[in-house]
Design a protein around this ligand. Structure first.
Ligand code: NAD
Ligand SMILES: O=C(O)C(=O)C[C@@H](O)[C@H](O)[C@H](O)COP(=O)(O)O
Ligand code: ZN
Length: 363
């Protein structure tokens, strides 16, 4: 008997096509249908850690009659560089990749970000399919069409909005994920809980230890609920003209920490510290009640995510935050909560309030 597959719709906006996010097991049978009949060539972009998966996928597609190539990129953030994008463009060029051919990005968020960016830029945009293999990529990175790479000046500073033609979240992939990477992904799950769906927080708080493993009883529900939050937001605001900014909760400081750590910290860990900061900022700005602010500490800590960062780094973090994409001119802008599941924008907070909020985070 085949297992249930959940299908979550993402609407097409700004002239893009709608697509589905599938969550289940043994989903790779869906890939050929998503690739379609017009493609002759398929490039499977995968990280070193998934070399076997990438090659198996390539072989399977070749058996189905496609000219399939596997393009291996470095693990994690090392893949999100202009050099790696150029390496992928070269592979596509050498294989004669045309506008009807298709890219498949298999891996964590770093891989799907660069694969999507290569798809957005090759011949000014070709079809691509995301096959996320981390919690974080399933619930966030692979959905919504934000693709991109880092530069020396900051995180995700170069990119394009280029939605995938489909997203296949095969939960079996999570079994091989190191626990730190699994837990790091929970930061974006918890983010979805605070900005939109508090049931996520209730499920995690009921048994935080179980939430740390793919074998936990609520894994599929946590992933599906988080995807629904993301799908709902990006369906109404693909290009981040307004509402989509709420998905950046915890990211203003989080990205600043990632850059300060030369991208050696996992994104989710940095976002966890960033959400703690945003909660304290919301509290000090008179927006957020104490109970919800405190809940950030307890739920993040319960699953093993970090709350703190080096106090002496504040001047550098402040500098890094200036290039955040939400900034307008010299105005810093943060997503804070007016209450549980009530995200809003805080513009140009008093520097003394910012420092006081960091006082709770810095150690
Ligand atoms: N585009 C978006 O909307 C969006 C949203 C959230 C995050 N992101 C980006 O996603 C990235 C973080 O993604 P991540 O947390 O998935 O990390 P990651 O992609 O860096 O993956 C973490 C590590 O796990 C390995 N890996 C991946 N799948 C595996 C598996 N199934 N088994 C064993 N190892 C596996 C990877 O090779 C890597 O070494 C950041 O660059 C972040 O900026 C993008
Ligand atoms: O999809 C979005 O929009 C988000 O902000 C989701 C974030 O989790 C993600 O890390 C995103 O890549 C951040 O985008 P950026 O525009 O701040 O680089
Ligand atoms: Zn993120």
């Amino acid at each position: 008997m085949s297992e249930a597959v959940t299908r979550i719709q993402v609407a097409g906006t700004a002239g893009t096509e709608p697509y589905e996010v599938l969550v289940g097991r043994r989903l790779l049978g869906e890939l050929a249908g998503l690739i379609g009949t017009r493609a002759k060539r398929v490039a499977v972009i995968h990280p070193e850690a998934l070399a076997e998966t990438g090659d198996a996928l390539r072989a399977d597609l070749a058996e189905q009659g496609f000219e399939a190539i596997a393009v291996q990129v470095p693990n994690a953030e090392e893949a999100k560089t202009a050099e790696v994008a150029a390496y992928c463009w070269k592979a596509l060029g050498q294989s004669g990749f045309t506008r009807t051919d298709v890219i498949v990005g298999v891996g964590g968020g770093a891989t799907t970000d660069v694969a999507g960016f290569v798809a957005a830029t090759w011949l000014r945009g070709v079809r691509w399919i995301a096959v996320p293999t981390t919690v974080l990529a399933m619930v966030d990175a692979a959905v919504g069409g934000k693709t991109g790479i880092n530069t020396a000046e900051g995180k995700n500073l170069v990119g394009a909005f280029h939605p995938p033609a489909g997203v296949l979240c095969d939960l079996a992939a999570l079994d091989s994920l190191p626990v730190n990477d699994y837990v790091s992904g929970l930061a974006e799950v918890i983010k979805a809980g605070f900005i939109a769906d508090p049931v996520i927080l209730d499920l995690i708080e009921a048994d935080p230890e179980a939430a740390r493993t793919p074998a936990g009883p609520h894994t599929a529900e946590l992933i599906e609920r988080s995807i629904r939050v993301k799908a709902e937001v990006v369906s109404s605001d693909l290009k981040e003209s307004g509402r989509r900014e709420i998905l950046n909760y915890g990211h203003t400081l989080g990205h600043a920490i990632e850059k300060n750590e030369r991208y050696k910290w996992r994104h989710g860990a940095a976002v966890s510290v960033g959400m703690h900061f945003a909660a304290e900022l919301g509290r000090l700005a008179g927006r957020l009640d104490d109970a919800t602010a405190d809940r950030h500490r307890t739920v993040l800590e319960a699953v093993g995510l970090p709350l703190h960062y080096r106090y002496d780094q504040w001047p550098k973090l402040l500098e890094n935050m200036k290039v955040d994409k939400k900034s307008r001119g010299d105005l810093l802008r943060f997503i804070v909560l007016d209450g549980l599941a009530r995200p809003t924008v805080l513009e140009g907070p008093d520097p003394a309030v910012l420092l006081a909020a960091y006082g709770e985070v810095g150690q």
